[in-house]
Design a protein around this ligand. Sequence first.
Ligand code: HEM
Length: 700
Amino acid sequence: MASCTTHAPVSPVCASLNMMQVRAVITQAIANARAALTSQKQLNEYMFRIGIDEPLNMPSQTKTYHQHYAAFSHLNQPAAIQVDSGYIVQYATEQITSQLMIGVDELNSCPGVQMIWHELISPFCIRRDAICDVNAKYRTIDGSCNNLQRPLWGRSNRPHIRFLKPHYMDDIGVPRQVSVTGEQLPSARTVSNAIHRQDPCCPLKERDLSLYVMQWGQMLDHDLTDTAIAKGANDATIICCNLTQEVLMKRSECFPIYIQAGDERFKESCMNFVRSIAGHSDTCDMGRRNQLNQASSFLDSSFLYGHNDEDAREIRSFRDGKLKMTNSGLFPAGTNDQTNCELEGKGDYCMKSGDFRIHVMPGLTAIQVMFLREHNRLAGVLQQLNPTMCDEDLYQEARKIVMAEVQHITYAHWLPFVIGERLWKQMGLVPSPSGFCTSYDCDLDPTISNVFGGAAFRFGHTLLQNSVLFMKGQGFHIRNEMGFNRPRMIFDDNAKGCSYVAMGLSVHPASRADGQVVDSVRNNLFLDMNGRSFDLISLNIQRAREHGLPGYNSWRKFCGMPYAIHFGTGPGGLVDHNPEDAKKLHSIYRHPDDIDIFAGGLSERPVEGGVIGPVFSCIVGRTFHNLKYGDRFYYENEDSRTGFTLAQLNSIKKMGLAKLMCLHFHTPHVQMVPFRMPGPTNPLVNCAMFEDLDFSLWKQ
Ligand code: HEM
C-alpha cells in the first residue's frame, strides 16, 4: 500500500504573507524590544539613583510598607527566570502583530513565520530543558522530571498554564481597563470598598471552623505558587505613584491603583502596583503575556524544602539527613536573608526556610516550623532504626514522609472544609481509607493555572481575623498589624512563642467566608511607622486584571454554569449570589461581563459544607484534581521504587494535624479535628491517644 503524507492546508492568511517582509518586521521588532529593554533599565537605574524607587531594606532598619511587601516580590533565581527574554518576546510580539495586523494565533499557525521567528529570537531566548534520571527514587526539588515524557510540567520558574485564553485590551499584554460598555472599569480600590468592606461591627465566625483552615491554606499557597513580580535596579521596589504622566507611560511595569477622593482610609490618590514579570513559553514562542511561577507546581512541601536546588542546599545541614535547626527548634538565619523581616527584639533574626515569605504572618512561620521539627524528628528516628543510612537517604526518606503527611492532611481533612464534601467526592479527591489508590495520568498537566494563583486560591484572605490569638497564659489577642513580617512573637519566651501562636490558631474561629475582608489586610496591610499601608484586596483585583484573567462570567461558562446577563439573582442573573451582594456588584459594575473574577468569585454564597462558592470551588477542585492525578509521586500511588509499602502508607493515613501539633507544640491535648473549633462534637483529646507512625515499618 502506498504511504501518503498529509500536509495541513496553508491558511489564506499564511499564503498571503510575503516572507521577506515578515523577516524584516520581526528583525525590527526584536531590535526595538532590545532597545526598549535598555531604556527601561536605564530609567530604573535613574529612579533608584534619585531616590524614587525604594531600596531593599538593610537589617534592623525600620521598614517601609514597600519594603515589607518586598518579601512578596522577591526573585529567587533571576537568571533562571530569564527576565530579559520574557520582556523581549512580549514586546516584539506586540510590535509584530500590530505591524502585520494579524493576530498572534494566526501568525503562530504559519510554519514559515514560526521558522523565521525562532531563528531570529534564539540568540535572546533560551528554551527551557530538563535532563531526567528515569530511575530516580525521589522527586527533584524543582519538580522537573515528575512526568518523564514532559519533564518540564510542574517545574519551578515556568509560566502558569491558562484554563482560558487571557483577556488583554490589545490581545497581547495590556490589562483590561474598559467596560464592555466602553466606559472605564471601576478602580480596584473602588471595587474593594464596595464589595469587600468588613461590616463595622465585627467579622462573623465561619461556622465552627478554626483559623487553622486559613493558615493551612496559606502554607499550601506558598507550596504551589510564587509569582515573580518586576523589580527595579538593585532589586529596588519600582514606584509607580506621584510620577508625571510622561514618566509613568515609560514605566511599562507600572499599573498603579487609583484611589477616589474621600476614601475611608487612604488620603493619597494612588496605591503602588507593579506588574508581574512577563515570562516566555518553554520554547520561546511568540505569544500573549503570561506570568511566571517560581514555585514548583506539585504539592511537594516546597514551602519547607525550597523551590530550587540552591535554596534546598542552603537549608540542609548535610548531617544525619537533617535540616538546619537552632537549639530552640527554629530555622536559623540565612546567609543573605537579613532583609526579609523586621527585627524588633534583642536576638531576633530573619529565618531562612524553603520559601522567602515565611514571616508574612506568625501563624505561617509556626506551621513551617512544625514541619521543620517533623522533618528532623523523622530523620532522627530513621537513623536510629537504620544506623548505616547515609545523610542523603535519611534526608530523602524524611522528606518523602513529610510530603505524604502534607498531601494526606490536605486531601483527606482540609479540602472537604473548603470545597464541600459533594465536590470533594465528585472530583475524585477523597483518599481511600486504607491501601493504595494509583491514579497517575501522564497526560494530565499539573502546572498551576494563572487563575488559581491570581484569584481563586486567594479566597483565604476572607477567612482572616484581625488578630493573632497568642496562647500565653490564658491567651490574648495581638493585632495583625504587629505581626506582618515581624518574627518577635515567635521568639517570645525562648521561642515558646511559636507554640503560643500555633495553639491560638486552633482555638480562634475563622472569619466567615462572606466576601468581606478584615480591615487589618484590607486597609492596613504591612502598616509601617509612617502609617502607610496597602489594601490586599485591591492588589488581588488589580493582579487578576494585569494577568489578563477574564471576568467572572467567563469563568462561570468555563465551569459549566449559566452566564449572568443581569444583576438580579433570579434565572439569567447572579444566581449564586445573595441579593445584597448582587446589589453591591450592580452598584459599581456597568455590565455583568465586567465583574472581576476575584470580586465575583469571593462574594458568591459558599457551596454546602464549604467556604467558597461554586466558581472558586470549581477552579480549586480542578487544580487539586490535577495535582493528584498529574503527580507521579502522589503518596497513594503504588510503585515499588518511588512509593511507600502498603503498611507504610496505611500508617501515614492514620497521622493527622492533631498528632503533629502534639509532637511539636508542647501541648498535652488538642481537639480531634484542629480545623474545627473545640466543642462537644470535637472534644479535646489527650495527646497520647493520637497514633504516631509505626516506625518499625521503615526498618530496612
Ligand atoms: C495571613 C495573612 C495573609 C497575608 C498578609 C497575605 C498577603 C498576600 C500578599 C501581599 C500577596 C501578594 C498580592 C499581590 O501583589 O498580588 C498575596 C498573594 C496570595 N495569597 Fe495571600 N496573604 C495571607 C493569607 C493567605 C491565605 C490564607 C491564602 C489562601 C488560603 C492566601 C493565598 C494567596 C495566593 C494564592 C496569592 C498569590 C500568590 C502568588 O501567585 O504568588 N493568602 N497574599
